[in-house]
Design a protein around this ligand. Structure first.
Ligand code: AMP
Length: 216
């Protein structure tokens, strides 16, 4: 089963992706997580992308495609995967289509996380992430039990640099200008299901229902 989770930043894709990974035993491929790890480890890739990410822009397609190409050929992806944050524009979607064809596989479902823009800014500026296990929290509606400590692994929570001020606005602009067009793209390919993402637990259950119906 190969899935794409599509939606604005802060729409809850990462949280739902982790739940789907646990439920269906297929890995999440989050380009954002991969890039942030490269930044933390100060690799060549990390140094190349840090300024772009901190400004809220998109990393060049060729860099992203190399990452995806490498990743989906790995053993743990043989039964499928969940893309979180990829593709981000039509070029990436076309390249994915080509790559899937080369590997004799295809995307089964694309889920679009629908959420009002007014909610997104609130969510992003209150998001905190565990440094150790990557679990997302929200100080307003999903706070950790102890301040700044992950409930799951005890790791320290931090605020992503790109979840601050102007960068949030830029990310939303980029989403509107480049990523939104993928809704129509996947609708035309009859792959799209729109999910009400106001509550992440509901979004997970809605997706689970669609997937279980598809496999029954
Ligand atoms: P995310 O964690 O998905 O919100 O991604 C954080 C940042 O990483 C984005 O604002 C982009 O700068 C970069 N990024 C992540 N995925 C992609 C992608 N598929 N294409 C281009 N840039 C990306």
């Amino acid at each position: 089963m190969r899935l794409i989770l599509l939606g604005p930043p802060g729409g809850g894709k990462g949280t739902v992706a982790k739940k789907l990974q646990k439920e269906f035993n297929i890995p999440v491929i989050s380009t954002g997580v991969i890039l942030r790890e490269a930044i933390d480890k100060k690799t060549k890739l990390g140094k190349e992308v840090i300024n772009i990410i901190n400004r809220g822009g998109l990393v060049p397609d060729n860099i992203i495609l190399e990452i995806i190409k490498e990743r989906i050929k790995q053993e743990d992806c043989k039964n499928g995967y969940i893309f979180d944050g990829f593709p981000r524009n039509i070029e990436q979607a076309n390249s994915l289509k080509k790559l899937n064809k080369e590997l004799n596989e295809h995307i089964d479902y694309v889920f679009y996380f629908e959420i009002p823009f007014s909610e997104i800014i609130k969510r992003l500026s209150n998001r905190r992430v565990c440094k150790k296990c990557g679990t997302n929290y929200n100080l307003l509606f999903n706070p950790p039990q102890k301040d700044n400590i992950c409930d799951i692994c005890g790791g320290e929570l931090y605020q992503r640099d790109d979840d601050k001020g102007e960068t949030i606005k830029n990310r939303l602009k980029v989403f509107n200008n480049q990523t939104l067009s993928l809704i129509k793209y996947y609708e035309e390919k009859k792959l799209l299901t729109v999910i009400d993402a106001d509550l992440s637990e509901n979004a997970f259950l809605e997706i689970k229902k669609v997937l279980e119906k598809g496999t029954s």
